[in-house]
Design a protein around this ligand. Structure first.
Ligand SMILES: [Zn+2]
Length: 231
């Protein structure tokens, strides 16, 4: 699997982009920085977007992307997320108030975006990839994922506070290349917003070092842009 990091921050500044990973050029994990990093041609090749949760920094480029690709694809872009997240997008984003309902443009049969809910904790297919979703700890329903293309696997935590289930599942992965874990905030703020702080993430990654997979496990951390010292 080819993983391209489009954004790995918990906010946006000229040199920081919100969370978004591109897999093999055809599938996005979260949608925090699709339109600020991809060309229109690259955007049109994204067939599926899988969301960890509904927070704005993970979904904010969905409406911008929808507007850009109208009439440029022959099939809808599938947006996969938990039932709660889909309900939030319908009610608060694609509601014809904040933004047009691109799930019904040009019509409901062949829209620009198709919202496809999955049950948190379930396994499902997205194109040629198999997903296992793992509920994690966050103020809104949030999922981590183990994603496999049949040859290799990738783990993604999404936003989470301390969680055991995710590490258990990740450590079972025989062919795990490495989790794109998210630890966005300084330790104190992280605890308040149910995120992994830097200390906890490092501890958990060290705690895993006895397992058969951990030699290949790397924790990709993200940080809140405003927590960096001013230049
Ligand atoms: Zn969040």
């Amino acid at each position: 699997m080819n993983l391209r990091v489009l954004g790995c921050h918990g906010g946006e500044l000229p040199n920081c982009r919100s969370t978004c990973f591109l897999v093999d050029g055809v599938m996005a994990l979260d949608a925090g920085s699709l339109t600020s990093t991809l060309s229109l041609e690259e955007l049109c090749k994204v067939d599926d977007i899988v969301l960890t949760h509904s927070h704005f920094d993970h979904v904010k480029d969905l409406p911008m992307m929808a507007d850009l690709i109208v009439g440029r694809r022959s099939s809808p872009v599938n947006v996969h997320s938990s039932e709660e997240c889909i309900a939030t997008l319908r009610k608060n984003m694609f509601n014809n108030v904040l933004w047009p309902d691109f799930t019904a443009i040009p019509d409901r049969k062949n829209p620009v975006l198709r919202l496809k809910p999955f049950k948190s904790g379930s396994s499902f297919k997205v194109g040629r990839y198999t997903f296992k979703s793992i509920p994690v700890d966050h103020p809104v329903e949030s999922c981590g994922f183990v994603i496999s293309d049949g040859h290799s696997s990738l783990g993604m935590s999404g936003d989470t506070g301390p969680t055991e289930q995710l590490w258990k599942v990740l450590n079972k992965g025989e062919e795990l290349e490495g989790p794109a874990a998210r630890d966005q905030l300084p330790q104190q703020a992280a605890a308040a917003g149910r995120h992994l702080g830097p200390t906890h993430a490092r501890k958990r990654s060290k705690a895993n070092s006895g397992s058969s997979t951990t030699e290949r496990v790397k924790v990709l951390s993200t940080i809140e842009p405003a927590s960096a010292p001013l230049a």
